[in-house]
Design a protein around this ligand. Sequence first.
Ligand code: PRP
Length: 182
Amino acid sequence: MVEQEYRIDKVLFSRGEIAERISDLAGRIAADMRGRELLVVGILNGAVFFLTDLVRRMPEDLDVRVDFMSVSSYENATKSSGVVRILRDIGSSIEDRHVLIVEDIIDTGYTLSYLLELLHARKPASLKTCVLLDKSARREVAVHVDYCGFSMPDAFVVGYGLDYAGRWRHLPDIHSVSAVGS
Ligand code: PRP
């Protein structure tokens, strides 16, 4: 079977809109976390772009630490398999620490739901979630999102960390994709 080819389509969220929204989110998070140490945990690979811009928008005097986890739920496909595997864990204990999970996108909710349950069991002082894009129409499990960049329609998107089969993460804007020939 020949795999369907896709091409990048129109811009859904421009780099300017993204930057503006990230400044708002960073300000809100910093206000909520003032006087505390904040451990920001990015979920590889897609969230790297969002996380690095987000933490650089936080005030210099906020005590921010950064770590990463790597999980896999989508295996070169546009639909979630619902299966989450931990490929790399956080490098230190999160007990009694204030943890913020940073994701590029929430779709079915399986990934964040799994991560919240896993990290909650490690007894952090607080555990919050921050996602750039919320595709709420596709939610299959309820997940509380504390900080959300944009709500978006049920479209497949690439750019600003989001990929299709590994491609197009590096695009500065977020685009929809369409099938070649459509
Ligand atoms: C994406 C995204 C989330 C997950 C969300 O990861 O970064 O981790 O899917 O989907 P869900 O709400 O349906 O669970 P992906 O597996 O594509 O990996 P990537 O970050 O390396 O692109």
